[in-house]
Design a protein around this ligand. Structure first.
Ligand code: G6P
Length: 616
């Protein structure tokens, strides 16, 4: 994923920019570059394909000192990874830009700018921004004012930063759909796409909001909102302990990671949504071409990631109308599979290093067209520099940040978000998704972080419910439709960290076996959103109550379910049915967490389990 770093100071800032880029390396990238105003006040740059260390070596061989500069790590969306496509991009020798996100109307803007005499030196969408700004400067010579005018013509998503040799006192920046944060120093100020990049230089930050334009000088930062009104954004002091590798105020990493879900889901959405649709290019430069040819999808994954894939199968078939199969990687890799023509191979993995998942991908890639090979491969992964990402044709990174607790939580919900983006992108490219539903789901995705926050606010209620489990040895989880895999994930969480035997069943299967187990010692946990399967689910629950089983039901507030003898109902905030699997995961995570705490187990490092299983 692309990263931005910028600095305006009295000292030479080359090392600050390079260090910032290194701190963003974990997100994955294919090239890196830096542009500075040198001692003579001229714009100069260095760009390299590959690692930041190669850019660093280039800067060592040919130093580029300066006091105002911008830098970038690029993850190709338009145009292959190459030096000419790496940012910063220039317009003449005056203006440089770095950009995260996707400019959708770049073709039209490119034609317009070409007719005005601009020539392009890259295949990127980004280059239109810098020429458009240059053109705007002809009628509005102030850089900040010109940026305010120019961004109005950009459609898509962007976080961008610009420097100019004509106004060398500043960086100007704009945010719409891709995050930017300003780092405040003493007599110097900074900019980045993630505050992590600036921790070495400051602990005070100001987050830009959607539509903001900022002017960052050495001694002053000015911000204007989407309506052009001067605004002040709150200053946030970073405290030690907010680090991923630190539990901070939380008792366990798992609880901290559960509570991080609204922000990491937000991050996973950023830069990938336009007004009413998903930006297909977020999956890579060839995504639109490949997706247009896909007729089937094969998903492969392990553990929690497998459950995410199971949810995705419901979505892909129902919303995008595309046939989808899913299998655990350890099985898939050892059997002879019949590949349907034009099948996209999708692997899902938090780490990107799970041995079975990697082996399955490699086997899939080894199949020749005569053997019925796959059309292409797509990795949904949390680690940008992992083997899975390197070896797949397309990637969509989840941006959950490092996950320390062995039991996966935030990685799962961000995988679900990524898979919903895939579903919407597929539906769009294939023309199988009703545009109105598409727009509705995009709007719901934008509201999702808030909904997740509401579900997390039920922490104390779930903690109370967990008391029903501490003395129990067996539990049953039930769900229907896309909530069945959510029930599976709930059962997996409980067994992983509390060592209570937990099984998940599709609710309709209850009468075909597990009902025989139900008695007062076997609590039954159910997820019950308000959908067309609700009435059927209610009958299943009656079957449990009739056998003296205790019910714990997480139900939509509009589902009309209430507490009764042996039935404990926890009301959930209402949400669009398609996104319910993401929301209902939260109380099940909290439930397993509190049961484990009551039982006194090692929550973050449960016995016999490993975070990343890189051997068979
Ligand atoms: C291990 C972890 C699980 C994870 C699974 C797959 O079993 O304990 O939390 O879901 O591996 O890992 P991956 O990194 O491929 O998602």
């Amino acid at each position: 994923m692309c990263g931005i770093v910028g600095a305006v100071a009295e000292r030479n800032i080359t090392a600050v920019l390079v260090e910032g880029l290194k701190r963003l390396e974990y997100r994955g990238y294919d090239s890196a570059g830096v542009a500075l105003l040198n001692e003579a006040g001229e714009l100069d740059r260095r760009r390299r394909v590959g690692k930041v260390s190669e850019l660093e070596a280039a800067l060592k061989a040919e130093p580029l000192p300066g006091r105002v500069g911008i830098a970038h790590t690029r993850w190709a969306t338009h145009g292959a990874p190459s030096e000419r496509n790496a940012h910063p991009h220039f317009s003449g020798h005056q203006l440089a830009v770095v950009h995260n996100g996707i400019i959708e109307n770049h073709d039209a803007l490119r034609d317009q700018l070409k007719s005005l005499g601009y020539s392009f030196s890259s295949d990127t969408d980004t280059e239109v921004i810098v020429h458009l700004l240059d053109h705007t400067l002809k009628s509005e010579p102030d850089l900040t004012a010109a940026l305010k005018v120019a961004v109005k013509q950009l459609h898509g998503a962007y976080g961008l930063a610009v420097i100019s040799a004509k106004q060398p006192d500043r960086i100007v920046a704009a945010r719409s759909g891709s995050p930017l944060v300003i780092g405040l120093g003493l007599g110097e100020n900074f900019l980045a796409s993630d505050q992590l990049a600036l921790r070495q230089v400051t602990d005070r930050f100001m987050y830009l909001e959607e539509g903001d334009i900022a002017q960052i000088c050495r001694d002053e930062v000015q911000i204007w909102d989407i309506d052009g009104k001067a605004v002040k954004r709150e200053q946030v002091q970073y405290h030690e302990g907010a680090e991923a590798a630190d539990k901070g105020e939380y008792r366990h990493f798992m609880l901290k990671e559960i509570h991080e879900q609204p922000s990491v889901v937000q991050r996973t959405l950023e830069g990938r949504l336009a007004d009413d649709h998903v930006l297909v290019q977020a999956f890579g430069p060839q995504a639109a071409d490949i997706f247009a040819k896909v007729k089937n999808i094969q998903i492969v994954a392990c553990g929690t990631s497998y459950h995410a894939g199971m949810v995705a199968r419901y979505w892909l078939e129902e919303l995008a109308g595309i046939p989808c199969q899913i299998e655990v990687a350890s099985e898939f890799r050892y059997r002879k599979v019949v590949v349907q023509p034009d099948t996209l191979f999708v692997s899902i993995s938090q780490s990107g290093e799970t041995a079975d998942t990697l082996a399955a991908l490699r086997n899939a890639k080894d199949l020749t067209p005569e053997q019925g090979g796959y059309l292409a491969s797509l990795a949904i992964c949390n680690v940008g520099i992992s083997s899975l990402v390197r070896e797949s044709d397309l990637t969509l990174l989840t941006l959950a940040g490092p996950e320390i607790g062995v039991a996966s939580t935030k990685a799962f919900t961000t995988q679900l978000v990524a898979l919903m983006l895939l579903t919407l992108a597929m539906g769009r490219v294939r023309g199988t998704l009703d545009p109105q539903l598409e727009a509705e789901l995009v709007a719901e995705l934008r509201r999702l972080p808030t909904r997740l926050g509401e579900a997390l606010a039920m922490d104390a209620v779930v903690e109370k419910v967990s008391e029903h489990f501490s003395e129990k040895h067996h539990t049953l989880f039930l769900g229907r439709g896309a909530q069945y895999p959510v029930a599976m994930e709930g059962a997996l969480k409980l067994k992983e960290i509390s060592y209570i035997h937990a099984e998940a069943y599709p609710a309709g299967e209850l009468k075909h076996g597990p009902l025989a187990l139900v008695d007062a010692d076997m609590p039954v946990v159910t997820v019950a959103p308000n959908n067309e399967l609700l009435e059927k689910l209610k009958s299943n629950l009656q079957e449990v109550r009739a056998r003296g089983g205790e019910l714990i039901v997480f139900a939509d507030e509009k589902a009309g379910m209430s507490n009764g003898e042996g039935t404990h109902v926890v009301n959930m905030p209402h949400i669009h049915d398609a996104l319910a699997p993401i929301l209902y995961t939260i109380p099940l995570q909290l439930l397993s967490y509190y049961v484990a705490v009551l039982k006194g187990t090692d929550v973050d490092q449960p016995r016999n389990l490993a975070k990343s299983v890189t051997v068979e």
